[in-house]
Design a protein around this ligand. Structure first.
Ligand SMILES: C[S@@+](CC[C@H](N)C(=O)[O-])C[C@H]1O[C@@H](n2cnc3c(N)ncnc32)[C@H](O)[C@@H]1O
Length: 385
């Protein structure tokens, strides 16, 4: 297979991951627990979905009345526009509908809406979804889906992973509330981190640091290790797990207001075994006036200065307890805005580069007997007094 085809295939597979009902349920109930009226009287758009069988559509349609939703809109992307289109079949639901059109089924996106009881059974639920073909393929960037975005109060979905940046920008520019699934590494993107720092977006309430399992199109090649992990979690067949997935949201939930229980530096050094076996712990960085804290549970509760912590800290981040200053590794910030950046002298920098070709002036590093030890992916934080 030519290289570009390989890349395409990889991208294609990376976009076709379908979210499990119970993952959606756990996450959304965390918002409802915190504020039972969070969706009351609101319009929710579920884009990049496949409403005929999507668990997002099912879940919100089933809870339409309980949550007091005003309008639910769900849109799908046309199969011919997808990179990965193997195994597509028209569903019985679509084929038996009066609006079924064989000339549109592969090229048009679909829109499902839920606002009222059309089945006449006295309740509004999944049986009352009305659908039609969209004029275009359902691309979230198309004017018609954009108009739906503008109409909505909340955008909720698991968007295409390969377009995560564009998708987030698309929601943020419209200033919508959202709940979306992404990869934890997105935290370090230059478009994403400022939102986290400014508490304009945070991690969701569930799934953080654990494996999330997704359905994949039938017959998709799944790494055996991931298949086994999914199976251990009870999902056998066309499933995979993605260890680094997480929810990103603007909806408040209780977990982000629970401060992390922490010990003093001395107690950590005495009782925290993980910390004892990591000799970088609490060392001063050479290029930042900050200390290295390799584990979130080892953040000392009695240190007033700046601390470099792993990005998984954000799983536990409570904005009432810590201020996020920025992330290590950003040269622009380090050299122009950071008031605790202490770059080494040019001759020293040359020496460090010789020692380690991957060494960069902006990445936090520790000096051990004159030798550099770079610590990647650190977020700088400080206790709120
Ligand atoms: C990660 S999957 C998630 C599907 C569904 N939201 C779920 O969670 O089960 C993302 C979906 O977005 C679709 N997609 C890809 N590019 C798109 C685009 N530009 N606009 C809309 N949808 C797109 C993919 O084909 C894929 O089905």
């Amino acid at each position: 297979m030519a290289n570009s085809n390989l890349t395409k295939a990889k991208r294609a597979k990376n976009d076709e991951f379908y979210t499990q009902y119970n993952d959606i349920e756990k996450e959304i109930y965390a918002y409802i627990d915190y504020n039972p009226d969070v969706f009351r009287g609101k319009t929710i758009l579920l884009p990049c979905d496949d409403p005929e069988w999507s668990n997002f559509t099912k879940f919100f349609a089933q809870n339409f009345e309980r949550f007091g939703i005003k309008k639910l809109i769900s849109t799908s992307y046309a199969v011919d526009s997808k990179i990965y289109k193997d195994g597509y079949q028209v569903t019985m639901f679509e084929e038996s509908s009066p609006q079924y059109d064989s000339s549109k089924t592969r090229t048009r996106g679909k829109i499902f809406t839920l606002t009222r009881d059309i089945s006449g059974d006295g309740k509004i639920d999944v049986d009352d979804l009305e659908w039609d073909y969209l004029a275009g393929d359902g691309d979230f960037n198309s004017p018609e889906v954009e108009a739906l975005r503008d109409e909505a109060d909340f955008i909720i979905t698991n968007p295409p992973f390969s377009l995560f940046r564009d998708f987030l920008a698309w929601i943020v520019e419209a200033e919508k509330q959202f709940v979306i699934i992404g990869n934890m590494n997105a935290i370090t993107y230059k478009e994403v981190f400022p939102l986290i720092k400014e508490n304009k977006m945070w991690l969701g309430a569930t799934g953080n640091g654990s494996d999330m399992v997704f359905a994949v199109p039938p017959g998709t090649k799944v790494d055996e290790k991931d298949k086994q992990k999914a199976a251990r979690l009870g999902y056998v067949g066309d499933y995979t797990r993605l260890g680094n997935s997480c929810w990103f949201t603007t909806i408040d939930h209780g977990r982000r207001h629970e401060p992390i229980q922490l010990m003093s530096m001395a107690d950590n050094q005495r009782f925290n075994n993980k910390l004892k076996s990591n000799d970088n712990s609490y060392q001063q960085f050479d290029n930042y006036d900050a200390i290295e804290v390799p584990y979130t549970d080892a953040i000392p509760n009695d240190f007033d200065g700046v601390m470099g912590v792993p990005i998984s800290f954000l799983d536990k981040y409570c904005p009432d307890q810590f201020t996020i200053l920025w992330r290590g590794g950003d040269i622009e910030w380090a050299t122009s805005e950071c008031d605790f950046f202490n770059p080494p002298k040019p001759e020293k920098a040359k020496e460090y580069k010789k020692q380690d070709k991957t060494w960069r002036i902006q990445n936090p590093y520790i000096l051990k007997n004159g030798k550099v030890k770079t610590v990647y992916q650190r977020i700088f934080i400080r206790h709120i007094k």
